[in-house]
Ligand binder design. Structure first.
Ligand SMILES: Cc1cc2nc3c(=O)[nH]c(=O)nc-3n(C[C@H](O)[C@H](O)[C@H](O)COP(=O)(O)OP(=O)(O)OC[C@H]3O[C@@H](n4cnc5c(N)ncnc54)[C@H](O)[C@@H]3O)c2cc1C
Length: 416
């Protein structure tokens, strides 16, 4: 039985069923929409992806709904079904129908927790006004796009300048022409490129209140200014949905993520966990970290499926690989940033170089900026990014620093 039907859950379900065709495999999800590409949400909001169904379709245009899972995969998918509690002694999950409230208990031999995350909300006045959204699921994306399409949005404020905040700002500004502002409380982000692309960016600035009229959002207030807004996106991070695991007595980290071993078993060997709800090892720092990414969720789901089916497969961790698009720029990283490396106690330094991004013989040959971290007295702290100029700093080249990840396979990362 699998709880959670977006990325890690369906992946593990289908893997088990493929390896063990006689197994009875059930996915439950409290939502009505399952198995969608959350990574495509900004592209759906922007209009690049015109129909939300495209985020749920296979390459052969079949929609991944309950009927698809049953007919094509032999997996029972039950939507609108919420897990209330896990009884580890009798090996049952108590569930309820979210519409009727009808309760039942579903037995399991192996259980997979793929319950994902929920978005953080800033505890500021006005956060509950109509027009304030988090980007956490497809329903929110549909509601936002409908508002925009009805012509109700001319000014948007995105609180949080991380990947999701930037992608949403691009969706609003570039394709819909909405005047968009990003508020970021950290001192640095991609402000130059975003400003050149038409987005206002205020760094080192936090929203202190959201104000409205007749229940609808109208303004975002910071200590320095008031910004008019008829749509506000809160993109201020996520936290694991681990209440079920916690209540069942499973080991959960201080950050609230479910603790698993390399086979992705929780502290109860018959219960596995995968996806955004778990903590994963960062192979560069050697420490536990949080990596809420669809690419990893899918990989972990497959590993869970292998292990349940008796193929011992290990998930050693990730190296922090990440890539995204922001207007005309592609941003990618792997390993630790200089700041993270220093705070992890590495003897680290960094160098910034400019060189062409694709191979030199390509006609379009844009320059890329590469910032590489390395250990001046030994091994590179930025993963296997040798192209980026490790050891090329004058006076340092003779030390020939090596990637710390010799023999590591880079963790998957993707952008749609
Ligand atoms: C806007 C946006 C853009 C993104 N872009 C990228 C990207 O470019 N690259 C990338 O790698 N990742 C990206 N991500 C992240 C990616 O979508 C997530 O990492 C991925 O969806 C995680 O999958 P998951 O299965 O672990 O959890 P989730 O997708 O969070 O799914 C968990 C499911 O479990 C269900 N559930 C929880 N508790 C219960 C319960 N008690 N009973 C029943 N059901 C329950 C929830 O309803 C939910 O449907 C993006 C995310 C967003 C929001």
């Amino acid at each position: 039985m699998i709880i959670g039907g977006v990325a890690a859950g369906p992946k593990s379900a289908c893997r088990v069923k493929r390896l063990l065709p006689d197994a009875e495999v059930t996915i439950i999800d409290q939502d009505s929409l399952i198995s969608y590409g959350g990574c495509g949400i900004p592209y759906y909001v922007s209009g690049d992806v015109s129909d939300e169904k495209e985020l749920r379709n296979t390459s052969f245009h079949m929609t991944r709904d309950e009927a698809f899972f049953l007919k094509a995969k032999g997996v029972t998918a039950r939507t609108n079904t919420r897990a209330l509690a896990i009884d580890r002694t009798t090996k049952v999950v108590h569930v309820e129908d979210v519409h009727t409230g009808a309760k039942e208990s579903i037995p399991y031999d192996n259980l997979v927790l793929a319950t994902g995350t929920k978005p953080n909300m800033l505890p500021i006045p006005g956060a509950d006004l109509d027009g304030v959204f988090t980007i956490s699921d497809l329903h929110k994306a549909i509601a936002i796009k409908e508002r925009i399409a009805r012509g109700e949005v001319s000014q948007a404020v995105v609180i949080g300048g991380g990947a999701i905040g930037i992608e949403m700002a691009e969706a609003f500004s570039d394709l819909w022409g909405i005047k968009t502002t990003i508020l970021e409380f950290m001192p640095r982000m991609l402000e130059t490129h975003l400003t050149e692309s038409g987005v206002d960016v205020f760094t080192s600035e936090a929203a202190s209140a959201i104000e409205g009229e007749n229940g609808k959002v109208r303004r975002v207030v910071t200590p320095k200014r008031t910004l008019a807004a008829d749509l506000v996106i809160m993109a201020v991070g996520v936290r694991a949905r681990s209440e079920l695991a916690q209540a069942a007595g499973l080991l959960v980290s201080p950050m609230g993520n479910i603790v698993v071993n390399e086979r992705l078993q929780t502290s109860d060997p018959s219960i596995y966990a995968a996806g955004d709800c778990i903590e994963v090892k960062n192979l560069v720092s050697g420490k536990s970290s949080i990596a809420p990414m669809g690419s990893l969720a899918n990989r972990e789901g497959r590993i869970v499926g292998d292990n349940i089916a008796g193929i011992p497969t290990r998930y050693k961790g990730w190296i922090g690989s990440f890539t995204m698009k922001a207007f005309e720029r592609c941003i990618a990283a792997t390993g630790l940033s200089l700041e993270a490396a220093l705070s992890e106690g590495f003897d680290a330094a960094a160098v910034t170089t400019a060189q062409s991004a694709p191979a030199g013989f390509r006609q379009a040959n844009p320059q890329g900026a590469w910032r590489s971290g390395f250990r001046p007295h030994g091994r590179c702290s930025a993963g296997p990014h040798r192209r980026s100029g490790c050891g090329h700093r004058p006076g340092w080249h003779h030390r020939r620093p090596q990637p710390i990840g010799n023999g590591l396979r880079p963790a998957f990362c993707h952008r749609p």
